[in-house]
Each structure stands twice: as structure tokens, then as C-alpha cells.
Design a protein around this ligand. Structure first.
Ligand code: FAD
Length: 531
């Protein structure tokens, strides 16, 4: 009897797993996870991603065993491992969720598609969330998203493993090289910098479910009003991002659990319910942004709006980049965020946007290198969200309002008493309150008195913030004003722009869509005024 292979990718769960369920209906299933050296060699990969994934795999293996199956983890390139398996025991079909990954995973998928065709192996790739493959434009996208989220979650199936004699012994041989019998490749073998943030979130579905329950039952009360300040955000935000990025939870189950909770608490706790409504919007953005990369994979490495090509490329300043990544820009809010990120692998949206804005405007750094660095820093790295946001916050999309975050203003607004900067930058604890926001202006005698040396204990700003930001905006706006650049905008809006959405209503009819030339940004359309 033949069997199917289920290839786990960024979907490390059994619940609501369309690929596994479809395969299990057809008969025996061999469950496979691949540690692919070529993907780990990419500049967006980091040891914390690997550590998180291994935790997820450990739990997934246990859960599969309880359903009768077995998880096989293999280190090797996809087509090589499939060739080896197929040579020993041909299989009829390969199942995996559609993946919107980086260029390397896209190329890998292309190679696997060719491999499948040449062996007459059927490759089925169900969607795992509201992203649509081969989408022509955004007109009916919302309807599709709502429909996907409205379908009942799929119950984990019973999994029958293939008989080892069917697999020509490969099965047994394979078993001996699973991570449980043999250690997974080390980070050094994969060529990764070994740093893992000591306070990063743990992987695995049970950790994901615990985070979800805690958020829906308690922490959601502070979502409204709590997500912007880096002081309150770690508790107020859902903290579900790594679990959504690696698929220990399905987006649909989170959407449905949230809708249910809103129904249950809206009368008694209207404020918390409103917070959950805002959270639901973000679950929609999750797919909205990933769809951009799905529809235009090039946005990982080139400007969404080609009219911005050449704007920053020739001006790369290694000293600015080194200071940014070392947390030595001299702007305390920025340097504290870099320190927090290194320790925890997470930052809230506003602080991520501020970091990118500082990099892109006063420091005038191109988004690509900065994006690789941040991808490694973010435990929740999700290529579709990440690269779209990197471009948007750097002003390279041509369809979003220029958003420039002033780090001094952000500190005054979101850390007025300096609790955050003093937590992450010990030298700031000695700086008197009156110099908290602009310590570089401290006179020498005050520096002596508080024992802080500018340029040594606390970095001095690399550039004059106001002048450098003004100059950056002028350069951007000069380009934006050009007729050819303005003309190209409509095409981008048609392909990538959001359409008006409500979480509970079906998608807005096409006749009421905003016009292509609307100046409203994606975010305002979706209510980011809240942020
Ligand atoms: C430059 C930049 C890079 C980013 N890179 C990533 C990334 O690699 N992975 C990632 O998951 N998020 C990314 N974000 C979006 C956002 O900052 C994180 O999703 C959020 O901080 C994660 O914390 P949370 O789950 O507690 O968020 P919550 O506010 O609780 O949001 C819940 C979920 O909604 C989605 N979401 C929230 N905000 C956004 C947004 N603005 N756009 C798209 N989806 C959103 C995420 O899946 C998130 O987990 C990035 C933002 C910026 C500005």
C-alpha cells in the first residue's frame, strides 16, 4: 500500500492542519520536518529561531505519537531528502501548507515542484491562512479572508504511519536519525551566531495556547491604551506573534477564539471587548501584509515603488549601521529598544517602527541591511510582514504616508519618567530627570556630578536629529513629487492597497471601495489611529 508524505513547515501543530488532515484521509502518512542548511545560511536566520523551532518540534513529536503517528526530522536539502525517501519507497503524494517565505524558500519550493512533476508525485498545498496564491488584485480579497476565518477549525486526525516494509526499510533507517535519537545539528554546524536572547518566549503549542488563554482572559483588558509604550506593551500585547509565525497556533483558531470571547464579555467588559476588536484588526493585517510578499516576492530585496530605486543605495554608512546595531546611537529610547530586543527577541509595533524610522531618516540607511539585522533579532520573524513593514516605515512603498518617529518625542510620550530607558541602559540611571530625553546636552559639571561621561558611558548622537531628519524628508519628498513617481502609484495601490474592512461584516462591496488615488494609508483605513 502506498503512502503520503506530510511536510511540516511553518505550521508546527496538529490542530487545524489542513495538509495533515487531507493526507490522513488518503491512508498512511509519513510526517517530515526538514532542517535545510541552505535556508539556515540565509542572512535572515538566527539561533533563536532555530531554538524556538526545536522546542516546537519536540512537542509536535509527542503529540503526533499520541495520534498514532511519528515525526521524522531530517537535516538536508528538500529535493535530496525526498529523492532518498522516494528511491527506497515511492510515495503517491506530498502535502504541505502554502508558504510565503523568503526568496530561498521560494526557490526551494520551485525545485520541489519540478521534482514532484518529474516523479508524478501529486503535491497538494492547502492555504493555511487568508493569503491567496496567484491573486490578480485586492478587490475580493477581504471576502476570501472572512470566508477562510469563518470555516470550522479542523480536528486533528488519527494518523496511520506507513508500514516499514512499505518504506523499504527507510522508515526504520530514518528513525535512527531523528532528533530524538540523534541530536539536531548544532547552531555552529548551521553557521549561526550562537546568541539566543535569554528572555525570549518559549516554543511549542502548549506555550502558545497558554499565551492565548492568558491574553483573552486577562491581559486583553490593557490592550487598548497599553500597546504603544514599551513599558506596558510586553504585558498588554497578545505576545502571540512567534506562535503565529511558526504556526503552533492557526490564525483561524485565534480569530475564532477571539470572536467568541468578544461575544462573552462585551456586555460586562466593553472596554476589554473593544481591545479585542482592535486585536482582531491586527490578525487581519497579518494576512494583508503577507499577501504583499506573496503577490510580489521581489519586495524582499527591491523597492515596492521602483521610482525610489537609488534613493539610499549609494549612501550606505557603515559607522551608522554599527552604532545602531550596538545600541550606541545616542538617542536613549532607540538604544534601550536595541538592548531590550537583544535580551528578549521582541519589541512592540511602535518601537519597531521607531527603530526603522531612525535608521531610514536621520541615519539614512537603506532598509535591506537593517531588515536582515532586525529579522535575526525578532523571534517572530515573518517575511511577509517584516519586509512590507520595513519598506513602509522607510518610505519606499510610494503608497503610504511618510511616517517619521522622533525618538525624543517617543520617549516623552511613552516613557515620561525614564523607567524604560533606565531599565535597559544602566548608565541612564545616574542621569538626572531634567536631562533624561536629551542627555547629550548635559553640561560638563553635571556629567561630573552624576558620574556619566558622554561618548563613553552614554553615546553621543551620530547626527543632529532635526537637521538630518529634515534633509531626509526633503530628499524623499522631492522624489515623491516627480510626475513619473506619482503616476506609478495607482498601479501599486491596485495590487497591494487595502480595501475597507470590518471584523464582523462581510467585505465591503466593490462599489464602495476607496478610489485608487486615495491618500489614506493602509493603516488609517484599518484603524491604526488607535496605535
Ligand atoms: C519594521 C517592522 C517589522 C515587523 N516584523 C514583524 C515580523 O517579522 N513578524 C511579525 O509577526 N510582526 C512583525 N511586525 C508587526 C508587529 O510589530 C508585530 O506583529 C507585533 O509587535 C507582535 O507582537 P504581538 O503578537 O504581541 O502583537 P499584537 O498587537 O498582539 O498583534 C497580534 C498579531 O497581529 C499581527 N500584527 C500585529 N501588528 C501587525 C502589523 N502592523 N502588521 C502585520 N501584522 C500585525 C501579528 O501576527 C501579531 O502577532 C513588524 C513591524 C514593524 C514596524
Amino acid at each position: 500500500m502506498s503512502y503520503s508524505v506530510v511536510w511540516f513547515k511553518r505550521d508546527l501543530r496538529l490542530a487545524d492542519h489542513a495538509a495533515l488532515s487531507a493526507a490522513a484521509c488518503q491512508g498512511p502518512v509519513l510526517c517530515l520536518y526538514l532542517i535545510e542548511p541552505s535556508l539556515w545560511a540565509q542572512p535572515d536566520a538566527s539561533a533563536q529561531h532555530y531554538a524556538f523551532i526545536l522546542e516546537c518540534l519536540r512537542e509536535l513529536a509527542r503529540a503526533l505519537k499520541s495520534l498514532g503517528g511519528r515525526l521524522h526530522v531530517r537535516c538536508g536539502e528538500a529535493t535530496e531528502v525526498l529523492t532518498e525517501l522516494f528511491a527506497q519507497a515511492p510515495f503517491q503524494a506530498l502535502y504541505s501548507h502554502e508558504e510565503t517565505g523568503n526568496a530561498a524558500s521560494y526557490q526551494r519550493d520551485m525545485a520541489v515542484a519540478v521534482w514532484c512533476r518529474s516523479r508524478l508525485v501529486r503535491w497538494e498545498e492547502p492555504a493555511q491562512f487568508g493569503v491567496v496564491r496567484r491573486l490578480k488584485n485586492r478587490n475580493h480579497w477581504l471576502r476570501h479572508w472572512q470566508a477562510h476565518m469563518g470555516v470550522a477549525c479542523i480536528v486533528p486526525p488519527v494518523v496511520e504511519p506507513p508500514d516499514s516494509s512499505d518504506c523499504g526499510g527507510w522508515h526504520l533507517q530514518f528513525h535512527s536519525s531523528t532528533w530524538s535519537k540523534q541530536p539536531a545539528p548544532s547552531v555552529a554546524t548551521l553557521g549561526l551566531d550562537p546568541w539566543v536572547p535569554p528572555q525570549r518566549q518559549s516554543g511549542g503549542r502548549s506555550a502558545g495556547l497558554a499565551v492565548l488563554q492568558e491574553f483573552l482572559q486577562q491581559r486583553c483588558r490593557n490592550y487598548r491604551g497599553g500597546i504603544s509604550s514599551p513599558l506596558s506593551a510586553p504585558q498588554a500585547c497578545s505576545r502571540l506573534s512567534p506562535h503565529l509565525s511558526y504556526g503552533t497556533l492557526s490564525l483561524r483558531e485565534v480569530v475564532q477564539a477571539t470572536r467568541l470571547q468578544i461575544m462573552q464579555i462585551k456586555d460586562q467588559q466593553p472596554y476589554a471587548a473593544k481591545g479585542l476588536e482592535a486585536f482582531l484588526s491586527r490578525l487581519h493585517w497579518h494576512c494583508h501584509f503577507i499577501q504583499k510578499l506573496e503577490s510580489e516576492p521581489e519586495l524582499e530585496w527591491r523597492n515596492l515603488h521602483r521610482g525610489y530605486d537609488g534613493l539610499r543605495e549609494g549612501d550606505w554608512n557603515p559607522a551608522h549601521f554599527a552604532a545602531l546595531t550596538a545600541g550606541r546611537t545616542g538617542w536613549p529610547m532607540v538604544d534601550a529598544c536595541v538592548a531590550m530586543l537583544r535580551e528578549t527577541g521582541w519589541l512592540n509595533f511602535r518601537m519597531r517602527a521607531m527603530l526603522v524610522s531612525v535608521a531610514a531618516y536621520p541615519l539614512w540607511l537603506h532598509w535591506r541591511e537593517v531588515g536582515h539585522w532586525l529579522a535575526r533579532q525578532f523571534l517572530d520573524y515573518e517575511p511577509g510582514i517584516h519586509w512590507s513593514q520595513m519598506q513602509m516605515q522607510s518610505g519606499a512603498t510610494g503608497i503610504n504616508t511618510t511616517r517619521v518617529y522622533n525618538p525624543v518625542k517617543q520617549a516623552r510620550d511613552h516613557d515620561p519618567h525614564g523607567l524604560f530607558v533606565r531599565r535597559w541602559l544602566p548608565a541612564m540611571r545616574r542621569v538626572p530627570d531634567s536631562w533624561l530625553f536629551e542627555p547629550w546636552r548635559m553640561p560638563a559639571d553635571i556629567q561630573d556630578r552624576c558620574g556619566v561621561r558622554l561618548g563613553i558611558d552614554i553615546a553621543e548622537p551620530l547626527v543632529d536629529l532635526e537637521a538630518a531628519t529634515r534633509q531626509a524628508k526633503e530628499r524623499l519628498h522631492a522624489l515623491r513629487g516627480q510626475a513619473s513617481v506619482r503616476a506609478a502609484k495607482a498601479v501599486i495601490v491596485e495590487k497591494h492597497g487595502s480595501r475597507k474592512v470590518s471584523n464582523r461584516q462581510p467585505a465591503t462591496p466593490a462599489s464602495t471601495r476607496r478610489s485608487d488615488t486615495s491618500k489614506q494609508s493602509d493603516q488609517r483605513q484599518l484603524g491604526l489611529a488607535f496605535e
